[in-house]
Ligand binder design. Structure first.
Ligand code: ATP
Ligand code: MG
Length: 129
C-alpha cells in the first residue's frame, strides 16, 4: 500500500468516515414485486442488477394457510451494487414498491446493505462498476 493511501485510510478510520465507496444492496422481496422494482430502478438510472429466485423464511418462520404450514416461502432476491451515496435512493425505490397495503405487511421483505471491496469489469479489466 503506498504511503498516501495508507495515510488517508488511517485518517478515514480515525474520523469514523466510511472507507468503502461501493455498497451491495440485497433486497429479498415478494416475487410479484420484482419486475416493477427492476423497471423503476432502471428508470432512475440504476441499470445493472442481478435477480434470482430464492426460498426463505423471516421472523414468522414461514406461513400457515389453513392447516398447511409452509416453512419456506418463494421470494426474489435483487442484488445491485452502487456508489455509497446512491444507497438511500435505491433502498427507497425498493421499499416503496415492495411494501404492500398502506402500512406494509409481514413478509414484504428485507433489504441488506453490505460493503463491497472491489468491482472488476471483466471486458476491460478496469476497476469499475
Ligand atoms: N435475518 C435474516 N437473514 C437472512 N435472510 C432473511 C432474514 N430476515 C429475512 N430474510 C429473508 O427475507 C425474506 C422476507 O422476510 P420477511 O419480510 O418475512 O422478514 P421479517 O424480518 O420476518 O419481516 P416482517 O416481520 O415484515 O415479516 C425471507 O423469506 C428471507 O429470505
Ligand atoms: Mg416475516
Amino acid at each position: 500500500m503506498d504511503e498516501n493511501r495508507h495515510c488517508s485510510l488511517r485518517f478515514s478510520i480515525l474520523v469514523g468516515k466510511d472507507v468503502f465507496a461501493l455498497k451491495m444492496i440485497k433486497a429479498i422481496v415478494r416475487p410479484e414485486k420484482a419486475a416493477d422494482i427492476l423497471a423503476c430502478l432502471n428508470n432512475a438510472g440504476f441499470r445493472a442488477a442481478t435477480r434470482s429466485s430464492v426460498l426463505g423464511r423471516g421472523k414468522q418462520q414461514g406461513l400457515k394457510v389453513g392447516s398447511v404450514y409452509y416453512g419456506e416461502i418463494s421470494k426474489e432476491n435483487i442484488t445491485i451494487v452502487v456508489e455509497d451515496g446512491e444507497v438511500d435512493a435505491v433502498a427507497e425505490i425498493i421499499s416503496k414498491i415492495a411494501r404492500t397495503g398502506k402500512d406494509g405487511a409481514y413478509g414484504d421483505g428485507k433489504i441488506f446493505i453490505l460493503d463491497v471491496l472491489r468491482a472488476i469489469t471483466i471486458s476491460t479489466g478496469e476497476e469499475s462498476l
